[in-house]
Design a protein around this ligand. Structure first.
Ligand code: ATP
Ligand code: MG
Length: 272
C-alpha cells in the first residue's frame, strides 16, 4: 500500500500550530482548546460526526473565518497577520460544496487558480495540463463547469486548489505549503477515489502538508500518515491511523458501537 511516508527529514518542519483554539458557531462551542501541530509532508485525515465542527475548523485554519479563541501560527507567523495575497501562495482550501454561480469553462477556473503567480502562458498551460492529466479532467477542460457531474466537478475543484500551490518550477519543494480539503472524495467513484488518494500521497511526499476531512475512514486510512478524530471534547485520537482507530475511540467519536478489523499488515478496517 502506497502510504504517505512522511520522510524523517521533514518531520520537524512545523507548518501550522494551533494553541488553545476554540471554534464557536452561533451560540454553540463546537471544539474546545485544540492544541495541534501540523508538519511539512504530513497527510492528515480529519474525521468526526456530522456537525462536530470539521468544516468550521478548516475555514479557521485556512484564514477564511476569524479565530474565536486561541493562537494560530502559520510558518511561525500569526495567521491573522498574513495578507490574503501572500497567503494564497502558501495555503489552498477546497470547500465541502465547491461550486460557482457562473458558467465558467473548466480551463478558465484552473487558470484563475494561478492568477497570483507570475509565469509565462506556456508554463501555466503546461502545469494545468499536467494536473488535468493526473486528476483525469483533461477531457473536461473545455466544458462549462455547470454541466459537469458531481464527481467531475469535485475533481476540477481539487485540481484548482492544488494548482494554486504548485511552484512555477516543478522541481521546487512543496515544503511550507498547506492544502486543506473538505471531503474531496465524497462524490467520487472507486477508481477516482484511488487515483486521488495516490496523487495526494505523491504531493505529501514532495513536502506538501495536507489536511483532509473525510467520513470514509476505510478509504483514507491506508494512505494518510496521521488521523485525528474530533468530538466536542476536542481530539479523541491523534495518531497513525492503525493506532487512532480503535473500538473505544470510534465509540467516543461517533457515539455508536463499531467494529475494527486488522489484517496481518496492520491495515485497519472499520465496519458497522
Ligand atoms: N454560521 C453559523 N451559525 C450557526 N451555526 C453554524 C454556523 N456554521 C455552522 N454552524 C453549525 O455548526 C455546526 C458545525 O458545522 P460544520 O459545518 O463545521 O460541521 P462538520 O463537522 O463539517 O459536519 P459535516 O460532517 O456534516 O460536514 C453545525 O451544527 C452547524 O449547523
Ligand atoms: Mg463539513
Amino acid at each position: 500500500m502506497a502510504r504517505c511516508n512522511h520522510a524523517e527529514s521533514q518531520k520537524h518542519e512545523t507548518l501550522l500550530t494551533l494553541i488553545g483554539v476554540d471554534v464557536i458557531r452561533g451560540k454553540r462551542q463546537l471544539l474546545c482548546n485544540l492544541n495541534l501541530v501540523f508538519n511539512a509532508g504530513e497527510f492528515i485525515a480529519l474525521a468526526g460526526e456530522n456537525g462536530c465542527g470539521k468544516s468550521s475548523l478548516l475555514t479557521v485554519i485556512g484564514g477564511l473565518a476569524p479565530l474565536d479563541k486561541g493562537t494560530l501560527l502559520f510558518n511561525g507567523e500569526a495567521l491573522s497577520e498574513i495578507g490574503l495575497r501572500k497567503l494564497a501562495n502558501y495555503r489552498a482550501v477546497m470547500a465541502q460544496s465547491a461550486s460557482t454561480p457562473f458558467g465558467f469553462v473548466v480551463d478558465e477556473i484552473l487558470q484563475l487558480a494561478r492568477h497570483h503567480i507570475i509565469e509565462s502562458p506556456d508554463n501555466r498551460h503546461h502545469i494545468i495540463g499536467k494536473i488535468a492529466e493526473q486528476f483525469d479532467i483533461t477531457h473536461l477542460l473545455s466544458r462549462n463547469i455547470q454541466t459537469l457531474s458531481g464527481g467531475e466537478r469535485q475533481r476540477v475543484f481539487l485540481s484548482k486548489a492544488i494548482l494554486q500551490l504548485l511552484p512555477v518550477n516543478p522541481k521546487d519543494s512543496l515544503v511550507g505549503k498547506l492544502l486543506l480539503l473538505d471531503e474531496p472524495t465524497s462524490a467520487l467513484d472507486l477508481r477516482h477515489q484511488k487515483l486521488v488518494m495516490q496523487q495526494l500521497v505523491s504531493l505529501s511526499n514532495q513536502g506538501l502538508c495536507i489536511v483532509c476531512v473525510s467520513h470514509d475512514l476505510n478509504l483514507i486510512s491506508p494512505y494518510c500518515s496521521r488521523m485525528i478524530l474530533l468530538a466536542e471534547q476536542g481530539c479523541i485520537a491523534d495518531d497513525k491511523p492503525e493506532n487512532a482507530l480503535t473500538i473505544d475511540t470510534l465509540a467516543r467519536c461517533y457515539h455508536t458501537q463499531l467494529n475494527v478489523i486488522r489484517n496481518q499488515e496492520h491495515d485497519v478496517f472499520v465496519t458497522h
